[in-house]
Design a protein around this ligand. Sequence first.
Ligand SMILES: [Fe+2]
Ligand SMILES: [Fe+2]
Length: 341
Amino acid sequence: MAKQISVKRSKPGPIADMAVDIVRRFPGHPARSLARKLVDEANGAIGLDAARCRIRHLLGQHGKESRERGDGGLRRAARRPGEGVEMPKSQAVPWTVYDLETVGKVGILSDIHCPYHDDTALRAAVEHLQEHGVSTLLLNGDFADFYSVSRHEKNPKHRNFLAEIEQVQQLLRWLREQFPDAKIVAKAGNHEERWEKWLWQHAPELSASPIMGLDNWLGLGELGIELVADKRIVMAGGLPILHGHEKGNGISSPVNQARGAYMRLHHTVLEGHGHRTSTHSEPDMMGTETVCFSTGCLCDLRPAYAPLNKWNHGAAVVTVREGGEFDVENFRIASGRVRTS
Ligand SMILES: [Fe+2]
Ligand SMILES: [Fe+2]
């Protein structure tokens, strides 16, 4: 015969007060969970069965008397196990960094904007990286211009997307030939993102297919080039690298892009996107130094849409040591020559 547990519904005392408090604090929890909390909070001064009876009394779920009288306005309909309002599952996708996992020299070429690149500047940058013997090459965004799929107004004479894709493929094949043994990573900048945005607008049904992915269109797999998308931070040892569009619009500096990055991020960073070489360093109160770098571009400095600008050619070599320490050579290129000061 089952053991009958008798609990006086309104027996006063600290455990009764505790039970009322628990029911009030956790209004959505099932009676069983509330009973467990009561046992825990009473340090075992009440058993689980007795705790359940007491909780169910409070909830008006323990026989006719408790249903009719309830207790302190805490009554609620009985729930089956598992019943109740669940917290919705988050749809957020974790945003993680991409680590180059490298020790040694990393060459960084940013803002090539193929097919509107500058032949002389790009060749000078590549030769300088070869002299350094870089083991990793990072194309840090805007390696393709994707003029044809831009949302901006376009000159119909230049709207040949297939030809543009072929020239970007040729550039990537050329770079692979220049650095046959290097790990090559291509980070998507705002210009590469034009492709995805164009798909969302013009072919939404196909946009999720891997066949339509930029890496597939550019044949990156065959060239052994990895694409980093979704505005992820690239890490070269302890140095975070951005293209620069990840921060959105907001604080910028018309005088010094690197200082603008510092004002926005308050963290050491290297970025492109602004097409200007600059550095800004600032120690904090305890003497820890934060250094921000912006690299120059390798594209035409006088494009039709912005013939007057403050751009300069340049690129960078990051030396990563064991443990993540790094040095940055943020060089300019002028008249086809590398300038390191
Ligand atoms: Fe750019
Ligand atoms: Fe950009």
